[in-house]
Write a protein that binds this ligand. Structure first.
Ligand code: PAF
Length: 285
């Protein structure tokens, strides 16, 4: 595996790799866990070469968010990626991605609003902007993202469709199912912030979501099922619940009555750590 930090070297290497076949990109912010490694394995199975980017993107963090505290462990991440047979680790410094005078922003309306877009103003502009740049830097045939950040995936697909991106085309932007710990908690780099007591309590999040989904499937009104879930989360120590909503999995429009494509989306804080999760409510995943 080659570790590259300069854009000029990346361009040279990706031109060379493209002669050997297809190229997949797995964009990450590092602090890699099994969820990321699952994306890497899917990418490896699908493409001749795999580029993983590690870049803690300052533009997607709000002024009061955890940019400085965000876990950084490049050496450990590089070892894990080497073990997975990754071809290139693209690890630029912020100045390489946003040189002095950088002035462009990509803003995706509609799917960016509400949910995490409501709680984190500007977050999805930062995500869309950096992902568009990463796509242009690497020019991959395909890209892989985790479904834990379902809204992020919807934003990226909308951007790719609207901007007629061809590297990769929207059909080659793949979502990979959430990887969960044994107690059901969705894997996330932010789980590292949890104290042992909070970590145990955090398992209440997926549990309460499953209970709400069974209530909905047995015909409980949405408001009642969501209120029950909020109370169970509060009892487990989540405060506040930033949102708990039923939305269509594709358009991300709010739905009153669950249908086959409905998903349950939740963000809730335990201590200072904000956890998000989403699950299918209807038959369609
Ligand atoms: O999901 C993430 O880790 C980040 O939002 C991404 C897609 C790498 C963009 O910085």
């Amino acid at each position: 595996m080659r570790i590259i930090t300069r854009l000029a070297d990346l361009r040279e290497e990706t031109v060379r790799l493209r002669h050997h076949g297809t190229l997949a990109l797995v964009p990450t912010m590092g602090a890699l866990h099994e969820g990321h490694l699952t994306l890497v394995r899917e990418a490896r199975a699908a493409a001749a070469s795999v580029v993983v980017s590690i870049f803690v993107n300052p533009r997607q963090f709000g002024p009061n968010e955890d940019l400085d505290a965000y876990p950084r462990q490049l050496e450990r991440d590089a070892q894990a990626l080497q073990g997975e047979g990754v071809t290139v680790l693209w690890a630029p410094e912020p100045g390489e991605v946003y040189p002095p005078g950088y002035a462009t922003n990509i803003s995706v309306a509609g799917v960016s609003s509400g949910l995490c877009g409501g709680d984190r103003p500007g977050h999805f502009d930062g995500v869309a902007t950096v992902v568009c740049k990463l796509f242009n830097q690497v020019r991959p045939d395909m890209a892989f993202f985790g479904e834990k950040d379902w809204q992020q995936l919807a934003v990226i697909r909308r951007m790719a469709r609207d901007l007629d991106l061809t590297f990769p085309p929207v059909e080659a932007i793949h979502g990979v199912a959430i990887v969960r710990e044994a107690d059901g908690l969705a894997m996330s780099s932010r789980n590292a912030y949890l104290s042992p007591v909070q970590r145990t309590a955090a398992a209440a999040l997926p549990r309460a979501m499953r209970e709400a989904i069974s209530a909905l499937q047995s015909g409980s009104p949405a408001a009642e099922a969501l209120a029950g879930m909020r109370s169970r989360l509060a009892a487990a120590g989540f405060d506040p619940v930033d949102y708990a909503e039923l939305r269509d999995g594709e358009s991300l429009q709010e739905v009153e009555r669950p249908g086959p494509a409905t998903r349950l989306f939740v963000a809730a804080r335990i201590g200072t750590t904000r956890l998000i999760d989403n699950m299918a409510v209807g038959a369609r995943q």
